[in-house]
Design a protein around this ligand. Structure first.
Ligand SMILES: [Zn+2]
Length: 417
């Protein structure tokens, strides 16, 4: 019998015209139109386009040719396209971007398959945040980036091995924390490498955290890349870390509920955090298995402090809950009070302002690569979990339906569909 994983891989790997099954209720997804010489390869018809980068929220059809978006307008005739996808009752967005995942599959215990858990859940582009450092980036590029349908970029962990070994105390040996080797690997692996990463928690650094930060900042500065800093129960007080972050750097796990978070004992945002945002430091969610607390999120949102990017931090430790995938993570922000457009903005255009992907992503502007997501907004009563045992009930849940990556259609299958 075919396993679920094999089945999903088959779906992800199907070609445009073979991807005809759109799920039980909706009938065929893509069907050939009758035209001898069609103007378009693919037409996404009848959906509501939400493209916050262009301030668009309207009923529009989206036409694709040669892997590029060529037209957005109301009511493009189906006969003009070789293949038509019905998006009636659904949302059509730029291909979703997840700014924080771990997809160096089979290397170490925590990484997952990108196509299975990202593209298959509506995410066309991901940033692997330090699954490896300089020691493994060439292998990551060759065996993961090169063989995945998902568009994958990487941050280099300042530790040569990154998190792929899954060992605690990864910065215990500072001989492995080498800015020169990291800079060389970043230069050799651009444009796929879009930043540097360090993880500053007590269990990863011991007392070395400020030295690790110094070396990571050194590597980021020399390679002219942003530094993503993981926080949560750091050895040193958070202000010591945040005040050193530069404009364009990223603080991830911003809503974690562990000691040394971004709130003071009274639940107010630390002045150093407000100052960092003012200076142009970005704040990334990085949900994961240990870094999203509803109480922290609510207190921050009440002070109008919203993450710049909503990301999953997907790994084996979170794919079976409480994270599941990016759209489930994003759904939690609907119940926290963001509008659908604000949520979509944080998984499309916002990540493109943080990282230089070398190609225009996060937009449905004609002329850009045809990375597109089709999403359903389900209405009902949905219970969501944080990573600290707290629950909230929301009235809406996002469900990925299909992803188009460079003009090619992939039908999605979520766990609960
Ligand atoms: Zn992570």
């Amino acid at each position: 019998m075919m396993t679920r994983r094999q089945f999903s891989k088959l779906i992800v790997g199907s070609s445009l015209l073979a991807s005809v099954d759109f799920g039980e209720k909706s009938g065929p997804l893509a069907h050939p139109a009758q035209s001898a010489n069609p103007d378009y390869d693919l037409l996404i018809k009848g959906g509501t386009v939400i493209d916050p980068g262009q301030n668009l929220h309207a009923a529009l059809d989206v036409a694709v040719k040669n892997g590029k978006i060529v037209q957005l307008s109301p009511d493009i005739p189906a006969t003009r396209a070789r293949s038509v996808v019905s998006a009636k009752g659904k949302i059509v967005t730029p291909g979703l971007i997840d700014s924080h995942v771990h997809v160096f599959e089979s290397m170490g215990p925590i990484t997952v398959n990108a196509d299975l858990y990202c593209l298959n859940r509506g995410v066309t582009t991901v940033v692997d945040t330090g699954s490896t450092g300089y020691a493994g980036i060439a292998a990551f590029k060759k065996y993961v980036i090169g063989s995945s349908a998902t568009r994958i970029y990487a941050l280099l962990d300042i530790n040569g091995f990154g998190v792929m070994m899954g060992l605690a105390g990864e910065y215990g040996n500072l001989n492995w924390v080498n800015p020169q080797s990291t800079v060389r690997a970043a230069e050799e692996n651009k444009p796929e490498v879009v930043g540097i990463k360090c993880r500053l928690s007590r269990e990863t650094t011991g007392p070395n955290d400020l030295e690790v930060l110094k070396r990571a900042l050194d590597a980021a500065e020399t390679s002219r890349l942003p530094l993503m800093v993981h926080i949560g129960d750091s050895y040193s007080p958070l202000p010591e870390i945040v005040k050193q972050m530069r404009k364009g750097d990223v603080l991830t796990h911003c809503f974690n509920g562990r000691p040394n978070g971004i709130l003071d004992a009274n639940g107010k945002l630390l002045p150093v955090v407000l100052d960092a945002r003012e200076r142009g430091v970005f704040f990334d969610l990085g949900h994961g298995s240990n870094s999203f607390d509803f109480d922290v999120a609510e207190k921050c949102m009440q002070q109008n402090f919203i993450p710049d990017t909503i990301s999953s931090d997907l790994a084996t430790t979170s794919i079976n809950g409480p994270t599941f995938d990016l759209v489930t993570t994003a759904s939690k922000f609907l119940l926290l009070g963001l509008t659908l457009d604000q949520v979509i903005e944080r998984v499309t255009v916002r990540p493109t302002r943080v990282f230089n992907f070398g190609v225009e992503l996060g937009s449905l502007r004609p002329g850009t690569v045809a990375d597109i997501s089709i999403i359903e907004v389900r209405e009902g009563s949905f219970v969501f979990d944080d990573t600290d045992g707290k629950k909230r009930t929301g009235r809406q849940k996002l469900q990925s339906v299909a992803a188009i990556r460079a003009g090619r259609l992939y039908v999605n299958r979520s766990e609960d569909s």
